[in-house]
Unconditional design. Structure first.
Lengths: 64, 189, 412
């Protein structure tokens, strides 16, 4: 199955931790908001969970 | 149980350590975690530092409380560590310590459960940290036995902690005034 | 700053409603309940299975813009506990007037569709979300509610006068007593909406179609339209400087047969502010049909055909629309808050003669699928269609040779 990161856009405030923790999947746009570039590969699942936990706004979720 | 001065010294030393650690954690939280990413440490490093300092301060706080209770030089009971009234030794200042401990417990527990709480509820609760720190400060000043000594160095950490938090607050307020979050946050309610 | 740019198409005060073959057949009789019952008789009470068979048989699709199959929503809502039925009459799009037309001319057809569905689902409540900036439609609908005695409760809400207030999640927020703005949907409303209950939320025209189907039956419904796409749809014909006119058109009719002709090269905006630009020459031969228009690269959307001022410039008009849409953002999602003003700047620059196509493409990538609602997506779609459908106009601006004289009826 393919897991993806989904952003809760109204909650996101461009703090950027998701990009720091998961640069493989999360890029930042010119305003600092995340660009989810790809599905989360199994090898990065733990990192993705860490990014979800680290989000200061709780604006990130992993969806199947 | 030992009656030696070791516990007493340990208690006073951990008191200072807890205050310093709490202050560092508060300063990091106030300065580094709001707003936008900038220069300096990556955000997640600051975030872990903030969290880990807070957790270490909880351990130090446990030692601080345990030594105060176990030490028989003054009469402090277990329940007096959490119940802010009814103490016999320095009832006001010890009571403030108990209040601070309770508030810190609320902040720590809600933060451990943060991912399962609504963000707003967690954030509102987390603002209790300000109160917890302030009460801890009052407890330190009031009960700190060395502060009365004009030649002692005890006044230094207390003054440093107070100025650090005041400075952090000032920087945060100045930042908010100078760089309103309007373009990023939007204007609608 | 684009914070308060007005819509280049004003919200209509008066709406012209043409009598039509089905939904709008009773326009001349007036909107009262007795007139409605005299035409259609009492409201039947189909079971859920019967209703599902009816809406699947005619392939009924939502008329709010997304053309989502109604039967699929009905199935989802039927699976959960204590479903809720919502009639969305908020009509946040200024160029649209069809929901107002139904409220003014056939309110009981809309309510019958919603009530019959609520009873089939076992729902106890039907929520009506009325427009905050169209007082006539709102009052007519409230009067219609007062006339009725249904076995389900009719509850009314009034939407904020804002473009995005009619978005499905924003409507659920309004019903829940929170700010009438979009939030992130982790599941479809029909699965988990109002108070986490399955919420069957559809646009007023969709409910009127359900009402017509239940009242008149499938054979009568099929007499209009095509075999693949039975029935009719409502079009709002919006023109610069005139009251909008709402017409009911059988599917399969070509636009050239229902709308007054224009020069072949005239720019026409189809589907509203989130729709697409095309030329009358292309549109006139296109059938009024969801798949038929998709084949021509056009959205039927909520059935809006807007004709800008004859002397106006489509680039200038688009610039005014994007200024307005940027100001209508709920201001909650970062990409929308930052990206729509940037897009407005890029479109204004294109109108002023600079080559901003690359910047528009870049912003399109940053705005698409990056918000709680599709407001940025729709805006991007409309802007991009300007560059693909009217390349000669865009090139003329780069060469400093705009043939038009005004932006949106307003001097540049």
């Amino acid at each position: 199955m393919s897991r993806r990161l989904r952003v809760d856009w109204p909650a996101c405030r461009a703090r950027g931790l998701c990009h720091e923790l998961l640069p493989e999947v999360v890029d930042l746009d010119e305003w600092g908001y995340p660009i989810v570039t790809d599905a989360v590969p199994d090898a990065l699942l733990a990192d993705a969970r860490a990014a979800v936990r680290a989000c200061p706004r709780l604006a990130l979720r992993i969806v199947d | 149980m030992t009656d030696g001065p070791l516990l007493w010294y340990l208690n006073r030393a951990t008191g200072v350590v807890v205050l310093v650690l709490l202050t560092l954690s508060v300063v990091l939280g106030v300065l580094a975690l709001g707003g936008r990413p900038g220069r300096g440490l990556p955000r997640f490093v600051t975030q872990s530092l903030h969290r880990n300092l807070a957790l270490v301060s909880v351990v130090a706080l446990a030692v601080h409380v345990a030594t105060a209770v176990v030490d028989t030089y003054v009469d402090i009971r277990w329940w007096q560590a959490v119940v802010p009234v009814g103490a016999t030794y320095q009832p006001l200042w010890l009571g403030l310590g108990a209040v601070s401990l309770d508030l810190i417990a609320v902040v720590v527990l809600t933060s451990l459960l943060r991912t399962r709480l609504p963000h707003r509820a967690w954030r509102a609760t987390h603002l209790i940290s300000w109160l917890a720190w302030t009460v801890a400060m009052a407890h330190s000043v009031g009960i700190g036995t060395d502060l009365a000594d004009p030649h002692g160095l005890a006044v230094l950490p207390v003054a440093a902690c107070a100025s650090a938090v005041m400075l952090a607050l000032a920087v945060r307020v100045a930042r908010a005034v100078r760089r309103p979050r309007v373009p990023e946050l939007g204007r609608a309610a | 700053m684009t914070g308060s740019a007005a819509s280049p198409v004003p919200i209509p005060v008066r709406v012209g409603v043409h009598p039509g073959p089905a939904l709008l057949a009773g326009v001349a009789d007036g909107p009262s309940l007795p007139a409605h019952r005299a035409r259609y008789g009492d409201l039947p009470t189909p079971t859920l299975d019967e209703l599902h068979r009816l809406v699947s048989a005619v392939g009924l699709r939502g008329r709010g813009g997304a053309a989502f199959p109604f039967a699929t929503k009905l199935e989802a809502a039927a699976r959960g506990r204590r479903p809720v039925v919502v009639v969305n009459l908020s009509e946040g799009e200024p160029a649209s007037a069809k929901d107002s037309a139904l409220a003014l001319s056939a309110p009981h057809l809309v309510l019958d569709g919603a009530v019959a569905t609520a009873r089939a689902l076992g729902a106890r409540e039907v929520h009506l979300v009325l427009p905050g900036d169209r007082p006539m439609a709102r009052l007519r609908m409230l009067a219609a509610v007062d006339e009725r005695h249904d076995k389900v409760r009719l509850r009314t809400h009034t939407a904020d006068p804002r473009f995005v207030a009619g978005q499905a999640r924003a409507v659920v927020e309004l019903m829940s007593g929170r700010t009438n703005l979009p939030v992130t949907a982790w599941a479809p409303e029909a699965v988990e909406g109002y108070r986490r209950r399955p919420t069957l939320l559809s646009n007023a025209e969709t409910w009127a179609q359900v009402g017509r189907l239940v009242l008149a039956g499938e054979p009568a419904y099929r007499r209009l339209g095509t075999g693949a796409e039975p029935g009719t749809t409502l079009l709002t014909h919006s023109r610069h400087g005139a009251d909008p006119e709402v017409r009911e058109v059988p599917f399969g009719t070509s636009f050239g047969d229902v709308l007054p002709p224009l020069p072949a090269g005239a720019a026409v905006l189809v589907g509203g502010f989130h729709g697409a630009w095309t030329t009358w020459g292309l549109l006139a031969g296109t059938p009024v049909s969801v798949p038929g228009m998709a084949a021509a690269g056009l959205p039927l959307g909520a059935g809006i055909v807007h004709v800008p001022a004859t002397a106006g410039c489509p680039l200038g008009f688009t610039s005014a629309v994007v200024d307005y849409l940027a100001g209508q953002s709920a201001g909650r999602c970062g990409p929308c808050v930052n990206g729509l003003p940037a897009l407005a700047d890029a479109v204004r620059a294109a109108w002023q003669g600079r080559d901003t196509a690359a910047r528009v493409d870049e912003l399109a990538g940053l705005l698409t699928r990056r918000g709680a609602c599709a407001h940025p997506d729709g805006t991007v779609r409309m802007v991009r269609s300007l560059f693909t459908a009217l390349p000669a106009e865009v090139a003329a601006h780069r060469d400093g040779a705009c043939v038009a004289t005004t932006r949106a009826g307003v001097a540049p």
